[in-house]
Design a protein around this ligand. Structure first.
Ligand code: HEM
Ligand code: HEM
Length: 184
């Protein structure tokens, strides 16, 4: 257990910033698929990147929750109001639900669409029977929650910046690798 009172543990930092990189790649791979013609090899490949990284993020999020279970969460100084801490906790819970829900919806979507479910060179089994109506419904939900994710992430980033520049507390510094944190 590697913990400190000033900062999140090294593994919590690594897993947070790995999540950020993966989320960027997951969104970019699906948004930029339209560059390629429908049915082309390139389009199929970039979509496969979306599926594989999305499923990997699901595994990484469970690992992150496990690491969190055994980590100390550093205190914010100066301490924000209880209401602010409550909102932040709710926001983090919502982000974790999002990170765990989206890959499951994607997996169910590919299953219902009777598509191949690739995962680092292996094909995963379908979770549900093929059904075009169910696939269309899950696709709607996956896209809707996916678009909502942009809003949640934007609010999260704005919150982190507000802590740093307006409240001038150590919230952001606790989540930055030692390389970026300046002693004040
Ligand atoms: C955190 C993880 C994920 C996020 C944030 C995410 C986000 C999105 C978004 C925003 C779209 C809609 C794009 C658009 O229509 O403009 C989309 C589409 C889709 N996603 Fe995901 N996704 C994730 C994981 C997955 C996984 C793990 C799979 C499958 C194993 C998957 C399968 C799909 C499929 C099949 C589509 C429809 C693609 C198409 O219409 O060509 N997603 N995703
Ligand atoms: C892009 C997708 C992102 C996701 C999905 C995400 C997710 C999360 C989650 C779930 C937590 C809670 C950690 C815990 O369990 O205690 C967290 C904490 C944090 N994140 Fe992010 N994050 C993202 C991007 C960012 C970015 C870009 C920044 C910096 C501007 C940032 C700054 C922070 C900070 C400072 C904390 C600590 C907050 C606190 O302890 O009150 N995050 N993030």
């Amino acid at each position: 257990m590697s913990v400190s009172q000033q900062s999140y543990s090294a593994w919590m930092l690594r897993l947070h910033w790995l999540t950020v990189l993966l989320i960027i790649a997951i969104y970019a791979s699906i948004e930029f698929r339209v560059i390629f013609v429908k049915g082309s090899l390139e389009r199929d490949l970039i979509k496969e990147v979306h599926f594989v990284l999305g499923l990997s993020l699901w595994c990484i999020t469970w690992l992150r929750l496990l690491v969190r279970r055994f980590s100390l969460i550093p205190l914010i100084e100066p301490a924000p109001k209880a209401a602010v801490l409550k909102i932040a906790a709710l926001m983090h819970a919502a982000l974790y639900v999002f990170l765990l829900l989206m890959p499951v919806l994607g997996y169910l979507l590919l299953s219902a669409a009777d598509s191949i479910i690739p995962f680092w060179g292996v094909q995963l089994p379908a979770l549900i029977k093929p059904d075009p109506d169910v696939a269309a419904f899950i696709k709607e939900v996956h896209e809707l929650v996916g678009k909502t994710g942009y809003v949640f992430i934007a609010l999260h980033v704005l919150g982190a910046l507000a802590h740093h520049y307006i409240a001038k507390d150590n919230t952001l510094k606790r989540m930055l690798p030692a390389l970026f944190s300046t002693k004040s």
